[in-house]
Ligand binder design. Sequence first.
Ligand code: CO
Length: 447
Amino acid sequence: MLEMPEKKLFITDTILRDAHQSQAATRMRIEDMLPACEILDNMGYWSLECWGGATFDSCMRFLGEDPWERLRTLKKAMPKTPLQMLLRAQNLLGYRHYADDVVESFCGRMIDVRNMESPMRAVKKYGGTCEAALSYTTSPVHNEEYFVKQAKDLVEMGADVICIKDMANLLLPSTAYSLVSKLKEAVDVPIHLHTHDTTGTGAMVYYAAALAGVDIIDTALSPLATGTSQPATESLVAAFKGTPRDTGLDLPSLSKAAAHFKGVAQKLQDQGILDPKVLRVDPNTLIYQVPGGMLSNLLNQLKQAGAEDRFEEVLAEVPRVREDFGYPPLVTPTSQIVGSQAVMNVLMGRYKTFPKESKMLLRGEYGRLPGKVNEEIRKMAIGDEEVIECRPADRIANEMETLRAEVSDFAKSEEDVLSCALFPQVAPGFIKKRDQVEEVKEINVIW
Ligand code: CO
C-alpha cells in the first residue's frame, strides 16, 4: 500500500463560490443555494467557500441581491460550518487599493505581502481565521525558496493558515509534492491547496500534495466541478476512503447535495450562462504559462479590435512584457495589465503606448514587483516620476469619512457605504433600486 501521512485530509467545498465563478460567470443565486444548505452544513467540511471573489460585484450588477444580505442568509442557514471568503489584500474585492480604515471597516462585518498587513490585522481583530494565500505562478524569481520565504513572512504577520492558490492550474503533481513538503518543513500552520482542473491535472496535483502532507484541499461538488473549476469532491473523497488520509465525508450525503446542484447547473446551462466548453481540458495553459481566463480575455480584446489572427503574437509577447514589468503574478488585476500591454504592443508597436494601469504598476502602486523591472521601459512609461517604495496604502489617507459623506443621501448603512466604495459604478444604482422595491413592498403591506 502507498505510504501516506497518518492524518485526515480536510475538504473545503467551493460549490457556492469558485465553482460557479469559474464555470458560470458567478451567477448562482441565493435561492439556488438555500435548498442544499442543511446537507452542506452537516457534511463535516473544513469550510465552505461562499463569498468574496466576484460574488460581491455579480450580486449587485446582475442578480439584484445585496451581497451583505446573502452572507447573513448563508450564515443563518449554515451555522456550524466555517464560511470562507476570498479577499484580494488591500484591493479587498475591488480593483484599486483602499485606505486602511476602509479595509478595517470591511473586515468588521496580495502581490506584495505588505498589502496583506492591514486586511490580516482586521480579520483577526474581529475573530476571523486568517488564511493568507500565495499566488502560485512560474517565473525565474518564483522558485520554491521564494514561496517558502513568503509563507514564513505571512505566518510572522499572523496567518493562521497558508494557502497555495494555483488559480491557473500550473502546478504539476511532482512540483506540488515538492512545494508542499518544503512548506510543511518551514511553517507550523496548516497548508491549504487550491487548484483548478483547467489543464486536466487537478486531481493528480491533490493526490500528490496529500502524499506530501497537505492539510486541506479545495474541491467542488461534481455538477460544477472539473474543467475551469475544481476537481470533484466526490472523486477525491472516494480516492482517499479507507486510507490514512480518509476525509471522513459521507459519499451518499455528498451525492444528495450533488443531486440538487445538478439541477442548478442544468438551469445555468439552459440559460446559456454555463457553456459546456469550460468543461473541456485545455492544456494551452501548460504550454503558454498563461491562465485560462486570461487566454479568453486576450482573445476577446483581439476580437474587438478585429485582429484575432494575431493571437499567437500576443501569446509570445505576454512573457516579454511580464519580464519587463518585474514578473508580476498573472492574477487579477496584474494579469489584465500585462495582457492589455501585450495586446497594445502587438497592435501598435512595442511600448508605443502605456495604459494608465501599466503606469501605475510600474510606479509601484500595486506594491513592490517580485523581480527586477526593465528600467528603460519604466522610464518610457513614467519618465522621472518617483517610484513608490513604501507599502502603497501608507500613502492613502483614511477615506471612510469622505466616502460616507459622498453617499449619505441614499446609503442606508455602513455596508452600503462599503459597497459604494468597492463598486462605485454599480452599487449606488443597485441600492436605489433595492430601496424602491422595498418601499413598494411596504406600501403593499399597508394596503
Ligand atoms: Co480559484
